[in-house]
Design a protein around this ligand. Sequence first.
Ligand SMILES: [Zn+2]
Length: 481
Amino acid sequence: MLDSHILPPEIWCMVWQDMSFDDRVSATHVSRYWRHVARSCPRLWTHLQFYSTVHHVECECAICGPYELDTRAIWKQPGKTNYQLVLNALPLSGSLPVHLDVHVSPFYSDHGLLEDFGMDIQNSDSGAADRLASLQVVFDDPDTLMWLLSGLGSLPSLTSLITRAVTSEAIRFSHVRAWRNNAIHLPSLRTLVLDNMRWQCPDRQWPIHLPSLEYLTCPLTDPDEVVRVLDACPALKTLLIVVPSEDQDEHFEPDWMLDGPTLARLARIPSVHVIGVSDFETEKWAIRNFGSIPDRPDFVLHYLPNAVPLHSNRLLAEMRDITAFSLTRAYNSSVTVLAIQNSQGIRRRILFGPAHLGNLCPTRIIFGPNSTQLTTLHLSAPFAFLITDRLPHLTSLVVEIVAETDLAAFKVPMNTLVPALQSLCIVNIGPTYRLGVRAEVLAAVLVSLCGVVALKEVTLKGVALYGDMRFLQGRVQRMIF
Ligand SMILES: [Zn+2]
């Protein structure tokens, strides 16, 4: 350890900065010098990871066994926590913003411990609660956030609160409490993701106001809940509504219809997504309540892989003056995305399982009466077969590939179908950082699309062109890499 003096403290801080919280703490135990250096570097203590695996005193899991009042209270519940370690580390961050990751298990965990932890942060002399900028909560116990917030109360600088359920048991909404149970003050919160949690606050005396909230993900199971969200979040720009599954909420009946005033308030949110559409009932419900605003800039319907899109055709057919059409599939994902955009920038997107492409009739959209001014086409290469007819105004074509062989889709002559084409963009979306494509293969694509005329512009993203460049002579005016 004598050698450690050779490096200046700033370098040690840089070395430790990307390590996990536990490893950073371990570094302070190596030598007195390291301890001094690490503790004097506030930057090292701005990202903290708290965990608790302590079981609730009434937990009856396989480890805890049956709950017997007399015996349980005097025994220490199983599990561990780094509660004190995180609390000790908070003052070391000086006056910098703090980011806290929280990981809580099992399914029935020690709630008092979570509330106390929140309160200790709030009461700490370091002003950590005032500096908390982001909170990420990964939970097995669905009440984790509620108890944590109950202790924290006020977080004036918090901009992001993201939760993720990794539950060992199915969560039933009827058993789950609201995400908070008291007055909390989150004036700066911009992003809130409530995974497997209910919005509804059983205690009406604590209405919440989130004046800065722009992005919200949550389930909405009844019209009252929608109103409550609109009341609480006047600045909302993006709302992602999660459809509860049957396991989560056996009482969810997707037959309700929002009233006129609520629909009018909802219409002010520019981007609305409905995630987890599972059947034609939830599809109808989603379109009726959230997709019926023709001039909303962005609306997204996200189907479960097995769900068949039946009514979204109507949604797509309502759009006039379509200028851009996109049909893509991410690498290694079964989700296919169909997107259209019109001349006013209004966008509609449908995410669905690949087996249901036929239901959405993509060619009927591309060559339909609303797409006569189509200028941009964005396709995963395997969907190139959709170009079956003339697109007289198409100027821009974007093609996504994962392998060079994908470009074989452009072997047949298409130049008469896309006479106005000016730019081609080939994007590698595969796992290779830079996908090799031979110049002669690209030249063949250009011949297919343009015949003997040179294309104005070809852009390659994540693609390395190699081989004999003479093949490209006279086929393109400008190449952008
Ligand atoms: Zn237990």
